[in-house]
Design a protein around this ligand. Structure first.
Ligand SMILES: Nc1ncnc2c1ncn2[C@@H]1O[C@H](COP(=O)(O)OP(=O)(O)O)[C@@H](O)[C@H]1O
Ligand SMILES: [Mg+2]
Length: 235
């Protein structure tokens, strides 16, 4: 579904990604692990079109994404849940969800209703808080809202950047269940996590990134058992 090959990208003249290759098949949940500052967020931003690569290829369902804008990429069915849950704090839950829908070119009242119902089914808490400003939600609820927003856009592949960052253990379990639920709904997930234990408990397999390159990959069981994981992640 997503195929990244020999990807090179950076900020200005500073290279950060030095030839990253990875693949995500439809229906999979794949973890992208690595210590802070290794280039995981940069990879996601590049895949979403926020950073133009200096080399390599990014294909989604066979289509080259590198010449598309972030908006066009979202319209193809790729959702991005950024670090620190970039929701709009002053807007209500409803307004935040409507922004997710705005990625679509053909919005009908029926589609809007259907998407809202779908989101409420998975996140009943959001229905209860529909007219509250997003900033009044708890950290876990804000994360729910960020995920619900990409579901409003009908994302079939979700790139999720450290969704458990800064959350208490009970909420981390909740986020883990949400990712499992997405997979059950046949949404494909690429999950960036500092918390390798959480990521490997929901993902089929994973990659370890170090200094802008993939240095190890394997099934979740292989990653869990490998001394390389401990060495590269310090866990
Ligand atoms: N906007 C930016 N401008 C310049 N350098 C950046 C920017 N964002 C991140 N970097 C640098 O790129 C490297 C990789 O960062 P990042 O992709 O955020 O890593 P990770 O997500 O793995 O923690 C780091 O050295 C970081 O300082
Ligand atoms: Mg990051």
């Amino acid at each position: 579904m997503l195929r990244i090959r020999d990807l090179r990208a950076g900020y200005g003249a500073t290279p950060i990604l030095f030839g990253v290759s990875l693949e995500v098949q439809e229906g999979e949940a794949v973890a992208l692990l690595g210590k802070n500052g290794m280039g995981k967020t940069t990879l996601m931003k590049t895949a979403m079109g926020f950073i133009k690569p200096t080399g390599g290829a990014i294909e989604f369902e066979g289509e080259d994404l590198t010449r598309l804008t972030p908006h066009e990429i979202a319209r193809r069915g790729v959702g991005f849940v950024p670090e620190n849950r970039r929701i709009f704090p002053g807007l209500t839950v409803r307004e935040n969800l409507d922004l997710g829908l705005s990625a679509l070119s053909h919005r009908t009242t029926a589609l809007r209703r259907e998407r809202f119902e779908g989101v409420f089914q998975h996140f009943p808490r959001l229905r209860e808080r529909i007219d509250q400003p997003a900033k009044t939600l708890s950290g876990g609820e804000q994360q729910m809202l960020a995920i619900a927003r990409v579901m409003m856009a009908g994302a079939r592949l979700i790139l999720m950047d450290e969704p458990t960052q800064g959350l208490a253990p009970a909420l981390i379990r909740h986020i883990r269940d949400m990712v499992r639920e997405l997979v059950r709904l046949r949404v494909t997930v690429l999950l960036v996590e500092q918390n390798a234990r959480v990521a490997l408990s929901v993902c089929d397999r994973g990659y370890i990134m170090e200094k802008g390159a993939i240095v190890f990959q394997g099934t979740s069981a292989e990653l869990r058992d490998s001394p390389v994981t401990r060495e590269k992640l310090g866990v």
